[in-house]
Design a protein around this ligand. Structure first.
Ligand code: DP6
Length: 365
């Protein structure tokens, strides 16, 4: 495998390059909440997630030799979407030093999600994941690689895609793998890095493979605090150091539980992580209460049904009111009956989304 350092490279101009990827969203089991004060978008603690293969973004990028000093043109499902442009412009500016070839091209970016924006689902993870994959692919073509076999700045294609996606949105870097993805340095995971996510190398016990996620939509409005602003609240948070220590510890324990198949301990850590994330938001200044009454009602119902059935399932939360119900795919029928009969009345207009976990991105060209 050749290793390219960008400063040594002659890039081929006057050629148009194209790449397209479907990239899944992901759900964190141990949460990323807080960034290091130094560096660009580095996590204050390691996190681990499952990819959500049925909730994805499809993105196609064409790189044309630059005209009229235009860095990019963006469309969402073929339609201009000016409200997305500032975030993409900021992203391209941040990666300009990493990708000097970009200044020679105008990018035509078209992206579509197969799930609604702004529903508290990590749409930025799928969107920036797909964009990072397209850029890493075009970068290989620009450098004359016939396949994706160049190491760029010491990174293989998947690491480089994860690295670039991270700069767009931290959680996006975890969307690259079918195995659980770990982002952030942890003693429990060899090769783990703050710069990109890595697939968990330890085997996962069969009892924790093939789980599914039903996202119960309690609130489909815009988030009251963006995750970028939410992360910043940790900078002056009185409990930040304790939280980062907890996340480190939980990640080590969770990885061990996943290898050994300790389902009850896995459940306990995943639920505790979700509640810690919200506890941090409730105790920051300004403070936020992102759960709604129906969030709590759903959690209560999940606990009651787990107690009475003894089945393996649990909840987790993102930085919003919606509840992710995670369950072993083997109990799919029972759990979907529970969702329909008991949980849907608490969802806004009965809305929910379903996904398998553990699918990787696909090239769509
Ligand atoms: C609560 O990745 O959306 O979903 O890096 O600022 O774009 P930025 O934040 P983002 O944060 C996600 C936070 C979370 C937990 C997680 O996915 O680990």
């Amino acid at each position: 495998m050749n290793n390219v350092h960008q400063t040594e490279t002659n890039i081929a101009l006057n050629t148009t390059y194209k790449a397209g990827y479907r990239c899944p969203s992901n759900i964190a089991l141990v949460k990323y909440w807080g960034k290091k004060s130094e560096g660009v978008q580095l996590p204050a603690n390691p996190s681990i997630s499952w990819s959500l293969g049925d909730l994805y973004a499809n993105t196609i990028v064409e790189a044309h030799p630059r005209s009229e000093n235009t860095a990019f043109v963006f469309t969402l499902a073929g339609e201009p979407k000016p409200s997305f442009e500032p975030k993409i412009a900021a992203f391209l500016k941040k990666i300009a030093g990493d990708c000097p070839w970009l200044e020679q091209y105008t990018l035509h970016i078209d992206s579509t999600n197969n799930f609604p924006h702004g529903t508290g689902i990590a749409s930025s993870a799928a969107g920036f994941g797909a964009l990072g994959l397209c850029l890493a692919h075009i970068e290989q073509l620009v450098h004359g690689a016939p396949s994706l076999d160049l190491r760029i700045e010491g990174m293989d294609f998947w690491q480089r895609s994860s690295y670039l996606s991270r700069i767009g949105s931290g959680s996006a870097c975890r969307s690259m793998f079918d195995k659980p993805a770990v982002w952030g340095v942890s003693e429990a995971v060899s090769d783990s890095s703050d710069l990109y996510a890595v697939p968990l190398s330890q085997p996962v016990h069969p009892s924790l493979q093939g789980w599914k996620d039903v996202v119960l939509i309690v609130d489909d409005g815009e988030k009251s605090v963006s995750s970028t602003d939410g992360h910043a609240l940790l900078e002056a948070h009185p409990y930040a150091a304790a939280r980062f220590g907890q996340a480190q510890k939980n990640l080590g324990l969770l990885v061990q539980d996943m290898a050994e198949g300790n389902v009850n301990d896995f459940i306990s850590i995943v639920e505790s992580e979700a509640l810690q994330l919200h506890a941090m938001m409730m105790t920051s200044r300004p403070y936020y209460l992102l759960m709604r009454p129906n969030t709590l009602a759903i959690i209560e119902k999940i606990w009651q049904f787990r107690e009475s059935s003894g089945l393996p399932f649990c909840f987790t939360l993102d930085a919003g009111a919606n509840v992710h119900l995670l369950f072993d795919g083997k109990i799919d029928e029972t759990l979907m009956n529970f969702v329909h009969n008991t949980l849907l009345p608490y969802c806004k207009n009965g809305q929910y989304l379903c996904s398998e976990t553990g699918k990787r991105p696909l090239s769509i060209l």
